[in-house]
Design a protein. Structure first.
Length: 345
């Protein structure tokens, strides 16, 4: 089987790439080992509103749960800092599914329960998860969109080695909420806790730097206790999730005939953990560059758009966040809502 492009991973990055390419007339195969696109959800599900201006077709009644207005930060020294943060809380499973469905509607072929194994003799080797049957496909180009622990990245060059670890529950909200709530605490080292409203529910989670050696599940239990006693949520857990957030910034986005998009290419903010918007945008940019016949141009466009922002955040993470004392000094220098973040390198 011969394709113009094989896309590995049907998250927002890969499905957007496949959608862009198929719409432009390319012969595309989109591969994911999941049984169903979008599940299980490993996300707190917030996206900034700018993404909806760029990709209005991804934002529907089915994919959007509610609007968000501000981000409210609760600091350990008692200061409350509000920052405008217009955006949407998504149903990530529906969001991912909608983009993959658009790709298929435009003519992309979607193979689920199919694992990417590697490259050999100029071919891509895949395995059907249920039967363990192995087979190969040919493609002029490959798009690596296989998430934070990307196998494509590992097999083609530099890849992310350090991550934030996260744990999250979905629980009922006490009252409707229009803001994202962020907690900085000494017991959440190298990261933060969040309460993100989702209609009558909230995603309550923590992300930590594993180098501090804490147990992320225990950190989450303590955080849930705090947000219950602060009156945000009730304690009955509807669902649990977690996952890895790349913490090193962008890796080389173009490797011969392989383009890296989304988390697989390190396009995720190494402090806030936000990566949906950059996944969609890099997927789209890579697809457009291929359609224009100049896939190599994707490197400059991706680096021009995200390189500086993510690079600055990585440098700050390394400079300030490897010790977790004196948070009144560290937090303003490492979080975007504070003036010090923009002054200091
Ligand atoms: C707990 C948590 C909360 C988060 N909250 C937010 C948030 O609120 N807002 C935000 O913007 N970002 C958030 N993020 C980050 C965001 O989820 C990611 O940046 C985003 O999912 C990246 O999209 P992607 O398409 O690059 O990768 P993914 O969504 O990870 O998709 C990769 C796909 O590749 C498939 N795959 C992997 N390996 C293979 C293989 N070998 N063969 C075949 N298929 C494979 C996987 O099954 C998966 O479907 C959060 C992350 C976590 C862990």
């Amino acid at each position: 089987m011969k394709y113009d492009v094989v896309v590995i991973g049907a998250g927002p990055a890969g499905s957007t790439a496949a959608y862009t390419l198929a719409r432009g007339g390319a012969r595309v195969l989109l591969v994911d080992f999941k049984r169903e696109v979008g599940t299980p959800v490993q996300c707190a599900e917030f996206v900034p509103s700018q993404l909806a201006h760029r990709f209005p077709e991804f934002f529907t009644e089915e994919t959007v749960v509610q609007r968000v207005r501000d981000m409210v930060h609760l600091t350990p020294w008692g200061e409350v800092v509000k920052m405008p943060s217009e955006g949407f809380m998504l149903r990530r499973d529906s969001f991912d599914r909608l983009i993959a469905n658009l790709a298929v509607r435009e003519g992309a072929e979607l193979l689920l329960r199919t694992l990417f194994l590697g490259f050999e003799d100029g071919k891509l080797w895949l395995e059907k998860v249920d039967t363990r049957e192995r087979f190969s496909v040919n493609a002029d180009l490959v798009i690596g969109a296989d998430g934070p622990r990307s196998r494509v990245a590992r097999l083609t060059g530099d890849h992310t080695r350090s991550f934030l670890t996260t744990a999250q529950v979905t629980v009922p909200l006490r009252e409707k909420l229009e803001d994202l709530v962020i907690y900085f605490r000494d017991y959440i080292p190298g990261g933060y806790g969040w309460v993100f409203p989702k209609g009558g529910l909230a995603n309550v989670g923590v992300g930590v730097d594993p180098d501090f050696g804490v147990n992320v599940t225990k950190v989450l239990e303590r955080f849930i206790g705090e947000v219950i006693s602060d009156g945000w949520v009730l304690g009955n857990v509807v669902s649990r999730t977690g996952g890895w957030i790349p913490a090193e910034g962008v890796k080389d986005p173009v490797r011969d005939n392989v383009l890296m998009v989304g988390d697989a290419g390190g396009f995720c903010h190494p402090i806030t953990g936000g990566g949906i918007a950059s996944a969609v945008m890099t997927g789209s940019m890579a697809g457009e560059a291929v359609l224009e016949g100049s896939p190599g141009d994707y490197r400059d466009e991706a680096l021009d758009t995200f390189g500086e922002t993510l690079g600055r955040a990585v440098r700050k993470r390394i400079k300030y966040m490897k010790s977790w004392e004196n948070l009144e000094f560290i937090i303003p220098r490492t979080w975007i809502a504070f003036e010090e973040y923009w002054k200091e390198e």
